[in-house]
Design a protein around this ligand. Structure first.
Ligand code: GDP
Ligand code: IMO
Ligand code: MG
Length: 427
């Protein structure tokens, strides 16, 4: 019995897709348990690049069961497009399983996401406008429509009509927008339901049975710790819990099943959307990292904000998820820099903070305190062992380990599957 939870330990886009794909080679089941198509996970195999939003990144292994768990919010149109495009590229989706309890993103969720963002003006969150927040609001408000509801025609129609009564009032009276027509949505979503019905399964039962048989289950994280609804930089967060606890809830397994929690960290920090980011570089250095690291959103194409590695964030992520090993990605991107900075504390007035602050007001007032280290000039992408790495790169890794108190189990030196240095086994 071994479940490994993978979590993003920064603000998302840490390279979870690549690390999931790498670990999936050892797993029999790979599960997406939170978020929706706000996620964009990139997997590069040979010359082929896959950008995956909803289907677990384990899908490239034909024998692996890939589960979309109850904690995910599903836009069925996006899911079907993704399934079709994977199949068109020769990837089998026969092993995909979807929880009937996963909530459905409806067209009015997407519209409301857009309108709420617009109405916030300068205070906008910078969401992906995929309807994620409004869908989770309906889930928490106990009015949401679940995947299992779509296949029960009468019940689905009743729920949709009842939801549209209040949604259309909000759309028309609050935002002056056009109302939605129930019949149109009903017909469209019934079509999706027919195609997705064969994939519905009791996924909690399936995952727990796999664990009982001694199989390996990988829970692929989405988003990141600082986007967590409870532990992130609220309100500049997503509407789910991408930390390890959320993974248990979203997959329907208990914490006693978890053997390891692996955190994915980038060798630097990025963030998409609004909100505080203490180590952000708004100068040429930030632009250099963005260009070298191709830091543009996988989902929205937005340029990612870039900055130095922040040890307080990594330590905080390790604390709230119980991370016992880090996978560090994009070490290759740091090559060619004269010096590299690591944030080791925050200065707030005359106070030196060494832990990530709870208060967002405090965080917004924090100035990073840096330690500088010499960089390296070598290209790391062909290196496959720690011993091959230049001393300066090894010093950087050691310092991260010291500052976070967490061992590294994997280092990525390029986007491809083989551009990886493995230090310890995850399962
Ligand atoms: P995710 O959302 O956490 O899965 O990350 P994304 O896929 O959104 O963004 C990570 C980007 O970095 C993708 O384009 C990956 O192909 C790429 N990537 C992952 N690991 C490495 C690495 O070690 N080096 C380089 N150069 N690129 C990487
Ligand atoms: P992956 O899985 C980076 C960010 C959005 C926005 C905030 C809220 O690829 O790491 P939402 O649409 O979820 O309501 O947006 O969260 N965000 C992400 N940023 N990577 C992601 O996913 C993200 N998913 C959401 O940019 O700031
Ligand atoms: Mg991403």
């Amino acid at each position: 019995m071994a479940a490994v939870v993978l979590v993003g330990a920064q603000w998302g886009d840490e390279g979870k897709g690549k690390v999931t794909d790498f670990l999936a080679s050892q797993a029999q089941v790979v599960v997406r348990s939170t978020g929706g198509n706000n996620a964009g996970h990139t997997v590069v195999v040979g010359e082929e690049e896959f950008k995956i939003h909803l289907v677990p990144s384990g899908i490239l292994y034909p024998a692996t069961i890939c589960v979309i768990g109850n904690g995910v919010v599903i836009d069925p149109k996006v899911l079907l497009t993704e399934m079709d495009s994977l199949e068109a590229r020769g990837v089998s989706i026969a092993n995909l399983r979807i929880s009937p309890n996963a909530h459905v993103i409806m067209p009015y969720h997407i519209k409301l996401d857009e309108l709420e963002e617009e109405s916030k003006g300068n205070n906008k969150i910078g969401t992906t406008k995929r309807g994620i927040g409004p869908a989770y609001m309906d889930k928490a408000g106990r009015t949401g429509i679940r995947m299992g509801d779509l296949i029960e025609e009468d019940g689905f129609r009743r729920k949709l009509e009842s939801n549209l009564q209040s949604k259309n009032l909000i759309l028309e009276k609050v935002y002056g927008a056009k109302p939605f027509v129930a019949e149109k949505i009903f017909a469209e979503y019934l079509g999706y339901a027919k195609r997705l019905a064969p994939y519905l399964a009791d996924t909690s039962l399936l995952i727990n049975a796999a664990l009982e048989r001694g199989e390996k289950v990988l829970l692929e994280g989405a988003q990141g710790t600082l986007l967590d609804l409870d532990h992130g930089t609220y309100p500049y967060v997503t509407s789910s819990n991408p930390t390890a606890g959320g993974a248990c809830v979203g997959a329907g397994i208990g914490p006693t099943r978890i053997k390891n929690v692996v955190g994915v960290i980038k060798a630097y920090t990025t963030r998409v959307g609004e909100g505080p980011f203490p180590t952000e570089l708004v100068d040429a250095a930030g632009e250099e990292i963005r260009q070298k690291g191709h830091e543009f959103g996988t989902t929205t194409g937005r340029p990612r904000r870039c900055g130095w590695f922040d040890a307080l964030i990594a330590r905080y992520a390790a604390r709230v998820s119980g991370i016992n090993a880090f996978a560090l990605t994009k070490l290759d991107v740091m090559g060619g820099l004269e010096t590299i900075k690591i944030c080791i504390g925050y200065q707030r007035g005359d106070e030196l903070l060494t832990e990530f602050p709870l208060s967002q007001t405090a965080l917004a007032e924090c100035q990073p305190v840096y330690e500088e280290m010499p960089g390296w000039q070598e290209d790391l992408s062909q290196m496959r062992s720690l011993a091959e790495l230049p001393q300066a790169a090894r010093n950087y890794l050691n310092r991260i380990k010291e500052l976070t108190g967490v061992d590294l189990f994997l280092i990525a030196v390029g986007p491809r599957r083989d551009e990886t240095i493995v230090l310890q086994e995850a399962f």
